[in-house]
Design a protein around this ligand. Structure first.
Ligand code: IMO
Ligand code: MG
Length: 420
């Protein structure tokens, strides 16, 4: 059996929660492969909204096994409150969720370091969600980190204290006020809670499941343009958000990858700093923000909004070998007279059709304009009911990306999903 992957192709917030929840019906297992509580995957059903941070978006489906993979960084405190909210909704979470022992733990001092580093960067700050993501991955690659499996091994508290002491040493070089003890007790309690879950050797579990014919969907967080290696560095997150990240984050071979579902919004958003060539600073940007409720699920920050960027999207499709596209939130543009799409750039005065290395460069998008469809998509039941102008928009995207748009979402609810 091959493992399918679903990931975001832009700067995050593409609507992964809704789609993974929707696709979860077709898979027996959902596995998160990277990121941590910087993610906010919103799921709407039965008139309620749930925001998942570290937990895979398949937990609401009966009969689905969910895995927090080795590539994830887990904050026990956030994890616990996330779990308790789901359990309060009557979901038997401890039966449905497994956690890889190799996932790294976010300590309270990782979050303090995140905040201190951002404050020190001043104007050039990344716009981090301040969940301790960067410092935790830094400790992982620096070979200092604590992993989930360590919490059931002897000497855990000593190892915690050693790492904390290193952090406090490092923090002395910052002019930054903090209280290192503020969340420690709560964190230790949350470790106790975490131990109630099945802690597994994730790589064996996933590979054996595939051997036994279990269908698995690997769920990415963030978006391809936030990838640590290929995103708009340094304005990125600290993990590999592209498809190879699923191999590393779950411990599976590249030859085991099957379909790669790539999710994109019919326009673009970005939260935090960094280049965003098609960003709109005008009334149209505001219409996208209000119409699309473009405010961060994690931080509440207003998201930067702009037109669809096919240069960036092509790049993401290439990096992940996307086989199937999923288009989200076109309904937000239902009342627009015209819709623009960037097909190339002018970079420092020169024509350019790749995403430039230099994040300081002057990037001007070259647009192609489309007529709006001016009809509500929200009630559409099948592809045949799509307005002609909307079909033309999809056709153009497919012809540029050379990948079919298989699913079109026309609203936040599970039901508002059209398969082509
Ligand atoms: P989901 O999974 C959108 C952005 C932050 C910041 C940069 C680095 O919901 O799509 P970090 O906290 O990782 O150090 O922040 O990445 N960012 C996201 N933007 N959606 C996300 O996740 C994000 N996770 C991180 O805003 O610019
Ligand atoms: Mg988000």
């Amino acid at each position: 059996m091959k493992l399918d992957v679903v990931l975001g192709l832009q700067w995050g917030d593409e609507g992964k929660g809704k789609i993974v929840d929707y696709l979860a019906e077709k898979y027996q297992m959902i596995a998160r492969f990277q990121g941590g509580p910087n993610a906010g995957h919103s799921i709407h059903f039965d008139g309620k909204k749930y925001v998942l941070r570290s937990i895979p978006s398949g937990v609401f489906r009966k009969g689905t096994t969910n895995i927090v993979g080795s590539g994830v960084v887990l904050d026990p405190i956030t994890f616990r409150s996330e779990c308790e909210a789901i359990e309060a909704a009557g979901i038997p979470l401890k039966q449905r969720l497994y956690i890889s022992k190799k996932a790294h733990l976010i300590l309270p001092t990782h979050k303090i370091i995140d905040a201190a580093q951002e404050a020190a960067k001043g104007k050039s700050k990344i716009g981090s969600t301040l969940k301790g993501i960067g410092p935790t991955y830094t400790d992982k690659t620096g070979r200092n980190g604590l992993r989930v499996g360590d919490c059931i091994a002897p000497g855990f508290k000593e190892r915690f204290d050693t790492l904390k002491a290193k952090h406090l040493d490092y923090l002395r070089s910052f002019d930054f006020e903090f209280d290192a003890e503020e969340h420690e007790e709560e964190w230790m309690d949350a470790i106790g809670y975490l131990k109630q879950f099945r802690l597994i050797d994730g790589e064996y579990f996933v590979n054996e499941s595939l051997d036994n014919g279990i269908s698995i969907l690997a769920e990415g967080a963030q978006g391809s343009m936030l990838d640590i290696d290929f995103g708009s560095y340094p304005f990125v997150t600290s993990s590999n958000t592209i498809c190879p990240g699923a191999c590393i984050g779950l411990g599976i071979a590249p030859s085991r990858i099957g379909r790669v579902w790539g999710i994109f919004k019919a326009y673009c958003t970005r939260v935090g700093s960094g280049p965003f060539p098609t960003e709109l600073f005008d009334e149209t940007g505001e219409r996208l923000r209000q119409g699309g409720a473009e405010f961060g699920a994690v931080t509440g920050r207003p998201r930067r909004c702009g037109w669809l960027d096919l240069v960036a999207l092509k790049y993401s499709v290439m990096l992940s070998g996307v086989t199937d596209l999923i288009m989200m939130k076109a309904d937000v543009m239902d009342s627009f007279d015209t819709i623009k799409v960037a097909t190339s750039y002018i970079v420092d005065g020169q024509p350019c059709d790749i995403f430039p290395f230099d994040t300081q460069a002057d990037i001007q998008p070259v647009y192609r304009e489309f007529s709006g469809w001016k009809k509500p998509l929200s009630g559409v039941q099948s592809e045949s009911e799509f307005p002609e102008e909307f079909k033309a928009y999809i056709d153009f995207i497919e012809s540029e990306l050379k990948v079919p748009v298989r699913i079109v979402s026309t609203g936040a609810d599970r039901e508002q999903t059209i398969v082509r």
